[in-house]
Unconditional design. Sequence first.
Length: 400
Amino acid sequence: MRRYRVACVVDHPAQYFAPLFQRLSRLPQIDLTVYFLTDFSASNYYDTGFGVSVKWDVPLLEGYRHEFLPALLPFDQSPSFWKPLSYGISGRLRRGSYDALMVHGYAHNTTLRAIAAAKMNGIKVLFRGESNLINRSLTGSKEWLRYRVLRNLFSKVDGFLAIGTLNREFYRHYGAPEHKIFMMPYSVDNDVFQAGAREARSHREQLRAELGLERDRPVILFASKFQPRKHPDHLLEAYARLSPDGKQEPRPYLVFVGEGELRHRLEQRIGELGWKTIKMLGFKNQSELPRYYDLCDVFVLPSSGEPWGLVINEAMNVGKPVITTDQVGAAADLVRDGENGFVVAAGDIEALSKRLLILTTVPGLAAAMGERSSKRIDTWGLKETAAGLLQALTTAVGTG
């Protein structure tokens, strides 16, 4: 059996990447070393997206070999192409006798220098990112320049690790040949979320009581950052249209989990409505989330320009139907319209409201769709993600 020595370059420790690195490090076929550009997220830090200080309650650095690259310009919450200005990756790749380099994205100078060093030392380059062709903002000469730059960069890549269908289309658009693209699904630790859901189920009524939710009324959940592109405001307006007369409270509850720059606007609108059926619960840490996914009857992510949306994976692991938009990357692979949820046009508040009404009024529909979510996500986990990387390694590096 061939054992592949793999170096991975990513910007910082993340709650979604750690389970994958741990999984890969347990495989006998892979000898993994992860190089981080900064350690800012490894302890308590200010998350600019949430707008609060965060300390993740899941292990970010355990179970895999890793190293933080030294830097001249440290990360200071204003990341850019040049910050942190890390150094030393070229020597580490040269001395490490690696078979392959896996990079995530292309928006940092260290990543590009790592790719150049890998090519100079005969190391195969595997590229993974989140980009797709949804809601492209560049046009004319800027898009032409991007096209030329990416085609040149991609010509140096030996394997493209597609997180999903739309990401695969992105690689093809910028010149990646089909035989070099391998599906490496964007996934979460399904086992952890499913175990968390089983635990949460036995305490569901206790949580409902704590939040003041009546047992016979459905729950709609949003759990993400309160950012403009996530559009929690669209969900709030869609929910408001569930009122029979614009004044009476809708029968379902609407629960917001998260923090971010739109919080004040949401609170202002909730105050105008004057309804007690809307709950703002604030930021919840990673290990707490299964409780709230389990609590809901339908999960909603109404984003525009969303590269993926891993909260959809999480909600499906807890057996929930999902309503999302056609500008969410995960929708193309995980949400089958009318089967385990609904996909509406981004920004179409009326369509979103109608789907909410269906899922919260038709008896048994949410439960049936939730079961289909569970079956679908069982084929989209870390096992499949690791298998995709192994397939790319086998093809790009070989088996000898």
